[in-house]
Design a protein around this ligand. Structure first.
Ligand code: ADP
Ligand code: MG
Length: 344
């Protein structure tokens, strides 16, 4: 059976878009092109006029450096849509940025959203997307998109576990037969580690550091388990609390480990809770297939080892885990087209 002509014409001319609306980073996938955009989920707003001044990396630069009347907001921070208007501004920015000016067809947009999203949020994302320039807005749950994005065959009647560690949330899901059998979304993620690092540095060295510095420390020397190839040290700069002046100290990966591990244990707990709820047949599948990590948190040194040690399951970190959800939306767009064309 051929795809109906109107569908074909639209396929050629419109650029369907997949958006990973993350708490830390948003990525945009354009059909036929791949991932074309990846920017921090930050919006800078003038608080006097409520006008959006910047979105993405330009806005992130302003985090912690703004004068009084400018606020840099992370609208998805805790895995829920904290501010609908700001989220809409972000969606509009992404859609405009990738849309071809000569194209008269509005794109269909597939947005990956946290699995715990409420009906009100669901509606709000769809309405925002439409107002932001989409012809229609479809939603896919993030863990499903992540699973598709790392190449798991989600159609199979076999259990697969995906653990997506983002900025604000850790989402654990067991997927089988194209459905999410069980899932947990916990408000703990990479940001939680950054906050713990900042608190530690302040307590131990009386040094106040911003969230970007804390994230930098985590990426450079953070770990959950002893680092193969040797421990690391890093010189960090901040403001000394007692003297009020800028100053620098050297910190090591070893001293930070307990701080990071305390947060990482909460992530592992989400995995364990999901395992306990898992039907026995699927649990048996997980023993064979193990767990796949996704999201930026998957890059944290030793997180895979920690999960393995505490669950006995094998843990895989795919290439480029930060891109998993966006890639998954891309693959799902192809499927969506077929479903629409054939009325499935
Ligand atoms: P979200 O889906 O919530 O937007 P991402 O999947 O983009 O989140 O992951 C962002 C998180 O990953 C941030 O907390 C970031 O600090 C963390 N991250 C990114 N790269 C690394 C790395 N190399 N090591 C540890 N954490 C990382
Ligand atoms: Mg994500």
């Amino acid at each position: 059976m051929a795809i109906p002509l109107i569908g074909k014409v639209r396929q050629i001319f419109s650029h369907d878009i997949g958006i990973d609306l993350g708490t830390a980073n948003s990525l945009v996938f354009v059909r036929g092109e791949g991932i074309v955009l990846s920017e921090p989920s930050v919006v800078a707003v003038d608080t006097d006029t409520n006008k959006v001044l910047a979105v993405g990396s330009d806005a992130k630069q302003m985090l912690g450096r703004c004068p009084g009347n400018i606020k840099a907001i992370r609208p998805m921070k805790d895995g829920v849509i904290a501010d609908f208007e700001i989220t809409e501004a972000m969606l509009r920015y992404f859609i405009r940025k990738v849309r071809k000016p000569m194209n008269i067809f509005k794109p269909r947009v597939l947005v990956a959203v946290p699995s715990g999203i409420t009906e009100v949020e669901d509606r709000a994302v769809k309405d925002s997307g439409t107002r932001a320039g989409a012809s229609s807005v479809h939603l896919i749950e993030e863990p499903m998109a992540a699973a598709i994005g790392v190449g798991i065959d989600v159609q199979e009647p076999a259990g697969n576990m995906i653990v997506d560690v983002g900025g604000g949330t850790t989402e654990v899901a067991v997927i089988s037969l194209r459905g999410i059998v069980d899932s947990i979304s916990k408000r703990v993620g990479g940001d939680t580690i950054d906050e713990a690092i900042a608190r530690y540095v302040q307590r131990r060295y009386s040094l106040v550091i911003g969230e970007r510095t804390a994230e930098y420390i985590k990426i450079e020397i953070g770990s959950c388990c002893p680092i193969e190839g040797g421990e690391k040290t890093l010189e960090i700069k901040g403001r000394n609390l007692a003297k009020g002046l800028p100053s620098a100290v050297e910190i090591s990966s070893e001293e930070l480990r307990p701080v990071i591990r305390e947060v990482a244990e909460l992530m592992v707990e989400a995995v364990r809770t999901t395992l306990e709820k898992c039907p026995p047949e699927l649990a048996a599948d997980l023993v064979d297939r193990g767990v796949v990590l996704a999201g930026g948190g998957a890059l944290l040194r030793g997180l895979d080892q920690l999960i393995h040690e505490q669950t006995n399951l094998s843990v895989t970190v795919p290439d480029e885990p930060l891109l998993a959800v966006a890639r998954g939306t891309g693959a799902a767009l192809e499927g969506m087209d077929l479903r629409e064309a054939y009325g499935l």
